[in-house]
Design a protein around this ligand. Structure first.
Ligand SMILES: NC(=O)c1ccc[n+]([C@@H]2O[C@H](COP(=O)([O-])OP(=O)(O)OC[C@H]3O[C@@H](n4cnc5c(N)ncnc54)[C@H](O)[C@@H]3O)[C@@H](O)[C@H]2O)c1
Length: 248
């Protein structure tokens, strides 16, 4: 397998870091984008890597100019990106009565508009190279989740964006797929109390909370060079939680 140039957004921790480790272990050149400069700075050590195969770039994925600058830097350093994993995401959970317009805008900007902006930045290079793998991290919550009208809409938008881009790019050697994690043990989940975590665990048919490696393995499958005939798909990695409709 050829080594490729990959970007993982929100790759400083959690699921993104798991995906970054997986792509790095596969031998790809890897750019990690995150807004958290402090954690980003520790990643060369975590990945045990030098600058020849790793770029750590402070990028806020809501900032079009920063995305362009980082994409250009990758292209100058190595070559145009071949793999994009749109992973950066946030929650601002509240019932609609308490949710502000700002809560709506920030979640839609970070979770959905960022996918549009990052795709816009890398797709011309992928079209030139007649190859690309785009994987968008959605969520089981796109099916609906209490207190998550903003988050759920952003993750549903990610599914629609994936399907439409897949159609548009199918003749250019570019696949576009989405992964919908269920409940995964990451810093995002630390916002929940112990009682809430126990409740969540009980709602998973397989009886355990997901690990970042569960998600990374599926992203690895979709990002694989050989995997050219799966496009526009959403793969749930949620221990079967998508099969029922938990209200939490
Ligand atoms: N953890 C879960 O249970 C779960 C379930 C379903 C889907 N997801 C999705 O998986 C993805 C990763 O979640 P996680 O649990 O690892 O989250 P996390 O909070 O642990 O990590 C998210 C990372 O994204 C970065 N980030 C946030 N906003 C950013 C921005 N504007 N620009 C650049 N980087 C930004 C953060 O700094 C952080 O490093 C998200 O899209 C999330 O919605 C998570």
């Amino acid at each position: 397998m050829l080594d490729r140039v990959a970007i993982v957004t929100g790759g400083a921790r959690g699921i993104g870091l798991g995906i970054a480790k997986m792509l790095f272990a596969k031998g790809h050149h890897l750019a990690i984008w995150d807004r958290d400069e402090e954690v980003l700075g520790t990643l060369s050590k975590t990945l045990n890597a030098g600058a020849d195969r790793l770029l750590l770039q402070v990028v806020d994925v809501t900032n079009k100019a920063a995305i362009k600058e980082a994409t250009d830097a990758i292209t100058d350093h190595w070559s145009a990106p071949d793999i994009l994993v749109n992973n950066a995401g946030i929650t601002r959970d509240k019932r609609i009565i308490n949710m502000t317009e700002e809560d709506w805008d920030i979640v839609l900007d970070v979770n959905l508009k960022s996918m549009f902006l990052c795709c816009k930045a890398v797709i011309p290079g992928m079209v030139n190279g007649n190859f690309g793998r785009i994987v968008n991290i959605s969520s089981r919550a796109w099916l609906g989740g209490f207190g998550q009208v903003n988050y759920s809409a952003s993750k549903g938008g990610a599914v629609s964006l994936t399907r439409t881009l897949a159609i548009e790019l199918a003749r250019e050697g570019i696949t576009v797929n989405a992964v919908a994690p269920g409940i995964v043990d990451t810093p995002l989940l630390q916002n929940y109390s112990t009682e809430q975590r126990e409740l969540l665990k009980k709602s998973v048919p397989t009886g355990r909370i997901g690990r970042v490696e569960d998600i990374a393995r599926t992203v690895g499958f979709l990002a694989d060079e050989e995997n050219s005939y799966v496009t526009g798909q959403l793969i749930y990695v949620c221990g079967g939680r998508s099969l029922s409709n938990p209200s939490i």
